[in-house]
Design a protein around this ligand. Structure first.
Ligand code: SF4
Length: 389
């Protein structure tokens, strides 16, 4: 049975975090309902929309059984639960569906008992919780809406509503973060014992307010208090140590899970399995082709209302780019890549390509398998740069 993942993008936030320059907007809530209706229409009419936009779906994608759904953003927990219910119902009635994992990204301050209960009734069984830090000083500096107390208020609500699979995000490298405050965040997260954890190194978009301050100077967004790259690498390594000791399985560069709680949906991205993305800016992958919808939410809604899907960045993958994806996405997983299988599939010889990396101690070899060296994960970008040479 071929399975299919579905991603739904909700590009709305309550405020703009200082480091973020995603295509998300702070808009009046009156725009949520037309947006959700446009997403439902895109889902229901995706075949006609794709044909019109020149996107070809393979048989296996067209008849794939949807087993994972991921509603991300932005802050999709801002939507009325009825909108989320309508979107999930549109998926159920349009595709062959046998949902095993339905994830909603949620920010702590948006969580209320009635909402959480409605999410569970709609079929959401996993919440990816953007908590980022337990330090109010760091949360304030980053422009986040929630505070530490919101996390402690929200977690029991989710659990009492019946969410048995939660993922907590932390960011290493927020302004004002110190060794001690990072340790405190890791310890508090450990006490709340989520089933899944993501740890991201702060990436500052040049176009964000913090990015501009870093380039041009100023003190409004605490650019001067951003930890150094070496400090961030230390924080990441501390997370590796603490999460390992707490029984989490480190399965992808940024992701840890209690046994059996690895994100089934996100594994599809790293394994290059097909997924369809709906909503403004959503990306899709059919196995041979990648495409994305236009980013601007208002343009997206207007186009869909007019019976057209605004597809951009359409790319049919060459054998060479597919091979590069196999290496980069595959190596993000700590199990590594089966070089023998890739050589057979692509008719290439790769052995020499890993020699300098193995010599530098950046990757390990285990028969046909190559994986990133666990103690070098904090510098994985070096591996990817080296691989491109
Ligand atoms: S970091 Fe997330 S919550 Fe913050 S503005 Fe960007 S998309 Fe919205």
């Amino acid at each position: 049975m071929k399975t299919l993942g579905i991603y739904v993008q909700v590009p709305f936030c309550q405020t703009k975090c200082t480091y973020c320059n995603f295509h998300t907007g702070v808009v009046d809530s009156s725009r949520f309902a037309p947006y959700a209706e446009a997403v439902c229409r895109e889902i229901r009419e995706h075949r006609a929309f794709y044909t019109h936009a020149g996107v070809a779906l393979s048989e296996s994608v067209d008849h794939g059984v949807v087993d994972t759904v991921y509603v991300g953003g932005g802050t999709p927990s801002l939507l009325d639960p009825a909108h989320l219910q309508n979107i999930l119902d549109a998926i159920r009635t349009t595709f062959a569906a046998d949902f095993t994992e339905v994830t909603l990204e949620a920010d702590p301050e948006t969580i209320e008992r009635e909402k959480a209960e409605a999410w569970v009734r709609a079929g959401i069984n996993r919440v990816s919780f953007g908590l980022q830090s337990f330090s109010d000083k760091e949360l304030v500096a980053a422009g986040r809406m929630h505070r530490r107390a919101d996390i402690y208020r929200a977690v029991p609500i989710l659990r009492q509503a019946g969410i048995r699979n939660s993922s907590f995000d932390l960011i290493a490298g927020l302004p004002h973060q110190t060794k001690e405050s990072w340790r405190q965040s890791l310890d508090e997260l450990g006490m709340l014992a989520p089933e899944h954890v993501s740890v991201y190194l702060l990436e500052i978009d040049e176009g964000s307010r913090l990015g501009k301050e870093l380039l041009q100077g100023g003190g409004k967004y605490s650019a001067g208090a951003v930890p150094s790259e070496d400090e961030m690498a230390d924080y990441y390594e501390k997370a590796q140590e603490i999460l390992r000791a707490a029984g989490y399985h480190h399965y992808e560069i940024s992701n840890w899970a209690k046994p059996g709680f690895e994100s089934r949906h996100n594994l599809k991205y790293w394994r290059r399995e097909p997924y369809l993305g709906f909503g403004a800016g959503a990306h899709s992958f059919s196995g041979t082709e990648r495409w994305a919808n236009a980013h601007d939410a208002a343009d997206y809604v207007a186009a869909v209302q007019g019976g057209r899907l605004p597809v951009e960045q359409q790319e049919r993958l060459t054998a060479e780019s597919a091979l590069e994806e196999e290496l980069f996405l595959g190596l993000r997983q700590l199990d590594g890549i089966d070089v023998g299988r890739i050589e057979r599939d692509y008719g290439v010889t790769l052995t020499g390509r890993f020699d300098p990396l193995a010599l530098a101690g950046l990757v390990e070899r285990d028969g046909p398998v190559v994986r990133l060296a666990p103690e070098k994960l904090s510098v994985s970008n070096e591996v990817f740069v080296e691989l491109m040479r």
